[in-house]
Design a binder for this molecule. Structure first.
Ligand code: KG4
Ligand code: ZN
Length: 366
């Protein structure tokens, strides 16, 4: 079958502050549009769920129109719809799910309620092609830091381990706040870390020594590290001045560098170990934190010396988007998965082994 004959899947993302809509056929991204309400949250230093939900409601139709236009298709061309069912904020999810059900019912098309986190990995197929037979998935975002064994991105994903406390992006955001950087801190800490001097300061690595190293070989812990940064700052107050004053900027850069080094040392060492221990020659990385420059460089370096290929989606597909949902929907349709029952609600927590909400019994779909 040529790609043109494969089903056209509409993907809808609304788990947090991005309204993302995309159209995918096979492994080809035909068009997408993303609206974000993040600019409304900088002054609060965090997401206000009610503002995010309202923004989804306002953005949905214009985002849908633009995505259809970019893909040069109409709603009548769509063969299946995928929507992020979770995990995420209940109000935000509700807007996307409601819209998706309305479209599915009016168009008479099947609906798949998919796992947003698995979508972060599935999106890589749109750039690097089909997944190999077996690979390691590293998901790193504001809410997740997990290592997965992927045998089939649509139907068979096992969880090897994950963070015991903070996620990588969350830890970056918290340290950004400690250093007085704008919200969300992740990209700012990343940028400033690049100006820091490697090795000038050293922070501990979580679960990297003694019995913990063996017992938690696929797990992460970043909350002790965040505490270590807090303690360092209490013992070594930052030089007076603004963040642009050279002395203060240099110290902030060194702290960011040491902190980033610790997080990325753990993520990359354990991802490579997981690949080696599970006989995988590919690591697929996804999630907002996959935009981190040090993660990209260090993982590429370590994987290369271990003879492992690393697949990173491009930056624009790392933060939340509709393409990740459409890509997973497309993989499910092609795998012959039965659509979800239409009575599902938002899943604020969703097991990573649950790639989508499978129907209770085949044929019970509305
Ligand atoms: O996947 P995502 O868009 O939303 C969640 O599902 O969480 O990830 C957002 C997270 C935030 O914590 C943000 O600070 C972090 O990813 N992030 C980064 C970078 N870009 C985004 N963290 C470190 N370095 C970056 N370059
Ligand atoms: Zn995400």
């Amino acid at each position: 079958m040529t790609n043109d004959e494969l089903p056209l899947v509409l993907g809808i993302e609304s788990t947090c502050d991005e309204t993302g809509i995309a159209l995918v056929r096979g492994d080809q991204l035909l068009g997408q549009c993303t609206a974000t309400s993040m600019d409304q949250f900088e002054r609060y230093g965090g997401i206000i769920p009610e503002i995010a939900s309202r923004a989804h409601l306002e953005s949905f139709l214009p985002t849908l129109s633009r995505a259809l236009e970019e893909a040069d298709v109409t709603l009548e061309d769509v063969d299946a719809i995928a929507v992020a069912a979770g995990p995420g904020l209940v109000g935000s999810l509700t807007v996307g799910i409601c819209a998706a059900k309305t479209l599915a019912l009016t168009l008479g098309k099947p609906l798949y309620g998919v796992n947003h986190v698995i979508g972060h990995l599935a999106v890589d197929a749109l750039v690097d092609g089909p997944f190999p037979e077996k690979s390691i998935g590293l998901v790193a975002s504001g809410g997740h830091s997990n290592l997965l064994l992927i045998e089939d991105i649509a139907l068979s994903v096992q969880e090897l381990g994950g963070t015991l406390d903070d996620a990588a992006g969350e830890a970056f955001d918290k340290v950004g706040r400690l250093l007085g950087l704008p919200y969300p801190g992740g990209p700012h800490v990343d940028r400033r870390a690049q100006d820091g001097q490697l090795g000038k300061i050293r922070f501990p690595r979580g679960l990297a020594a003694g019995k913990d190293k063996e017992r938690y070989k696929y797990d992460f812990s970043f909350s002790g590290l965040k505490t270590a940064v807090g303690r360092y700052l209490a013992a070594n107050p930052l030089p007076e001045g603004t963040l642009e004053d050279p002395e203060r900027a240099a110290e902030v850069a060194n702290i960011c560098n040491a902190f980033s080094e610790s997080v990325n040392d753990s993520l990359t060492a354990k991802a490579v170990l997981a690949a080696q221990l599970n006989g995988c020659s590919t690591i697929v990385v996804g999630g907002g934190f996959a935009a981190n420059s040090r993660l990209r460089a260090l993982l590429a370096e370590r994987a290369e010396s271990a003879g492992i290929e690393v697949r990173f989606p491009p930056m624009r597909l790392c933060t939340d988007n509709g393409a990740q949902i459409a890509a997973l929907g497309s993989a499910l349709v092609r795998a012959g998965a039965a659509p979800s029952d239409l009575d599902f609600g938002p899943k604020t927590a969703m097991d990573l082994t649950e790639t989508y909400l499978a129907p209770r019994a085949v044929g019970a779909n509305l």
